[in-house]
Write a protein that binds this ligand. Structure first.
Ligand code: CTP
Ligand code: CA
Length: 223
């Protein structure tokens, strides 16, 4: 893909994308994380950029990065860092797409020395992290807010709940059951839920094609 192929379909529009996992430290050598690779987030950043939008990409450790140097990138580590970065940029954007797999819990205390093994049962105390999507939903105004959902069961029901509770305009539901879709794969298959109750299903395709499908079904259906 080449930056020269950029169109002006979304010229003048500003987009915030969160991507990848977060790392929640336990001590100087350990952290809690998840399997997110940031491939979907990076593909979305590239797709928005190729449509002429200005993109700010906020990414956790190890997230795949979008190709183009014209895309602004900000690295974060923890869920708290990602929250701060997203809040800081949200005011200036027209769309936010929260593709990151943010940790739901973070260690209540971080040891400044390496934790030594002792007892056979080790209880770890965790605090809930702040929900970035929900916080942006509370300050949404006329912006377009797109969240993701990853479910293993009662997928549609849970995704609908997320749409309502987080005040998002759309929820992109990742299908876990399909082989070739989800964490680490280069392909994906999604269902997009909108506020009016409509559900748009994609086929299994490359993450670049799924990114184009997401933009077509969300941003381009609104503007
Ligand atoms: N999300 C977020 N901040 C968090 C947790 C989640 O912004 N602290 C966002 C994700 O980026 C995603 C959406 O919320 O866009 C849904 O994430 P998901 O993990 O599926 O849902 P949760 O609300 O965290 O609920 P649960 O994990 O219990 O299903
Ligand atoms: Ca979660």
């Amino acid at each position: 893909i080449q930056a020269a192929l950029r169109t002006d379909e979304l010229k003048g529009r500003k987009v915030l994308i969160t991507s990848g996992p977060t790392h929640e430290p336990l001590d100087p050598v350990r952290f809690i994380a998840n399997h997110s690779t940031g491939k979907m987030g990076a593909a979305l950043a590239e797709a928005f950029y190729l449509k002429g939008a200005e993109v700010i990409f906020i990414y956790g450790p190890g997230s795949r990065l979008p190709e183009f140097t014209g895309i602004k990138k900000q690295a974060v580590i923890t869920a708290a860092d990602m929250y701060e970065a997203a809040m800081q940029h949200f005011e200036k954007v027209d769309v936010a797409v929260l593709a990151a797999a943010v940790a739901d819990y973070t260690p209540a205390t971080v040891s400044d020395k390496k934790i030594k093994k002792k007892q056979s049962l080790f209880n770890l105390e965790l605090n809930k992290t702040r929900d970035i999507l929900k916080a942006l939903g509370e300050n949404k105004g006329s912006k377009l807010l797109i969240g993701f959902a990853l479910e293993t069961d009662h997928a549609l029901e849970n995704a609908k709940k997320k749409l309502q509770e987080k005040n998002a305009d759309f929820i992109v539901l990742n299908s876990m059951g399909d082989t070739g879709a989800g964490f680490g794969y280069d392909t994906n298959k999604v269902s997009i839920l909108s506020r009016d109750g409509k559900i748009s299903e994609s086929v299994l395709d490359t993450k670049a094609a799924i990114a184009a499908f997401i933009i077509r079904t969300t941003v381009c259906s609104q503007w």
